[in-house]
Design a binder for this molecule. Structure first.
Ligand code: HOZ
Length: 433
């Protein structure tokens, strides 16, 4: 094992902390949950990251999901450079928005109309504004441990970075901003039914990650999504799928295609921008007609439908194919099995939740099916494991509660190397108890 030096990253982090809060622009990146200084990245290609000290890693963060084709695919890089020659932003309509919108609808038919925005956070906050306007109701149901970006109404028992850093409900969110947010338990239809009974005719929407990816990966239990659809129909609520992670990653048509559920509205991000900043919300045409300027629900953005992001998104989703998903699922199974075996050999309790190219190894002995069971995980042991992986040239997410992402650029050799590293890192993690 090569000894890694991280002195340049450490120096940059010291400087960064004097200008950026916590030294970063998004909290989980600071490595607070796993210890040590964050790595500053110099470049990336395929499945590999290279840090500013020249160390190279097999990357399982992959920009938190968008890079299903790997880092910097040559065709995409050429396209972005070519597109930029014609200008990088106009604040006026372009053909590329129409093309990407039509492509999204052809792959995800519930998206009868689409509005492009610049992030998943914008998509979800706009979708609930629309749901409230369309139903004339204020309350929304969200699930504990699901993360829908950082807009105020969603920052209650939020997953992802909020959970990672131990503040799932953020200060600075006025009580009034979350007074209409009702919390249910993921994979527990009865908890939603109870809310429906006690809030009759007051709930605008049920918002859910159809495959939870922000408390770690948790797939929906049999009947859970269909049950939500049925409850929404029965109670006049809209069903909003947050497919920012699962969209175009779980399958070409997202989780909604796999489970054959038609949500009223869907939020997208990540893959539809091919690694450039993008988000989108869309769904039933009659609902989307409420959105300004077709209707009265206001929402706008200077960089919305940005031509570089549209071109990258179109490139990215046009290259999704059945063989790609089959290959990713095979690599996902190989990695999940290898991590489980490494844990067994080391005598470390581990549950690996995997779905296609997404997975999370939870350091716990019981099955993880919701936020409560995810929180049973031993985060300290994950942190020790993470550090052991890093020193062996593997870059997993710096949090127990995030998803690992595979890409077309990962190879079986990468996965084998990862499993070898995991075998050693698990033993160290056990020793760190
Ligand atoms: N917690 C975010 C992903 N679910 C991290 C985003 C980032 O740091 O880029």
């Amino acid at each position: 094992m090569k000894t890694m030096r991280w002195s340049t990253s450490a120096k940059l982090f010291a400087r960064a902390q004097k200008i950026l809060p916590g030294g970063v622009d998004s909290p989980v990146r600071a490595f607070k949950a796993v210890g040590g200084d964050p790595l500053f990245i110099r470049s990336a290609k395929g499945a590999r990251l290279t840090d500013v000290d020249g160390n190279s890693y097999v990357d399982y963060v992959m920009s938190w999901g968008p890079l299903i084709h790997g880092h910097a695919p040559a065709g995409l890089v050429r396209l972005i450079a070519e597109t930029a020659k014609s200008g990088t932003s106009y604040g006026a309509p372009t053909e590329s928005e129409v093309l990407l919108g039509e492509k999204v609808r052809s792959m995800m038919p519930s998206m009868e109309r689409v509005r492009f925005v610049s992030s998943g956070t914008e998509a979800t906050m706009s979708a609930i504004r629309l749901a409230r306007a369309a139903t004339g109701r204020d309350r929304i149901v969200k699930f504990e441990g699901c993360y829908h970006g950082h807009a105020d109404p969603f920052l209650v028992k939020a997953g992802s970075g909020a959970t990672t850093l131990g503040a799932p409900t953020s200060p600075g969110v006025p009580r009034k901003a979350v007074q209409h947010t009702l919390l249910a338990s993921y994979n527990d239809l009865a908890s939603v039914e109870r809310l429906c009974d006690t809030n009759r005719h007051q709930i605008a929407a049920v918002v859910v990650e159809p495959i939870a990816g922000n408390m770690g990966v948790v797939a929906p239990a049999d009947g859970f999504l269909a049950g939500l659809r049925e409850l929404c129909d029965r109670h006049g609520m809209l069903l909003v799928f947050d497919e920012v992670i699962s969209g175009f990653r779980a399958s070409r048509g997202g989780a909604q295609q796999i489970w054959k559920i038609t949500p009223d509205l869907t939020c997208l991000g990540k893959i539809i921008g091919g690694g450039l900043p993008v988000g989108a919300y869309g769904g039933r045409a009659d609902l989307m007609e409420y959105v300004s300027p077709a209707g009265p629900v206001y929402q706008a953005g200077t960089l919305s439908g940005n031509p570089l992001a549209m071109a990258a998104g179109l490139w990215s989703i046009s290259r999704l194919s059945k063989p790609l998903y089959t290959r990713l699922a095979r690599l996902g199974r190989m990695l999940a099995t290898g991590l489980a075996e490494a844990a067994r050999e080391a005598g470390v309790p581990l549950q690996v939740n995997a779905h296609g190219s997404l997975l999370t190894p939870f350091f716990t002995s019981g099955p993880v099916r919701d936020y409560r069971t995810a929180l049973q995980s031993d985060s300290a042991q994950y942190a020790a494991f993470f550090r052991g992986m890093l020193t062996r040239g593997i870059y997993p997410p710096p949090s127990q509660f995030e998803a690992w992402f595979l890409s077309a650029a990962h190879t079986e050799a990468d996965v084998r190397k990862t499993i070898r590293a995991a075998k050693a890192a698990m033993k160290e993690a056990r020793g760190a108890e």
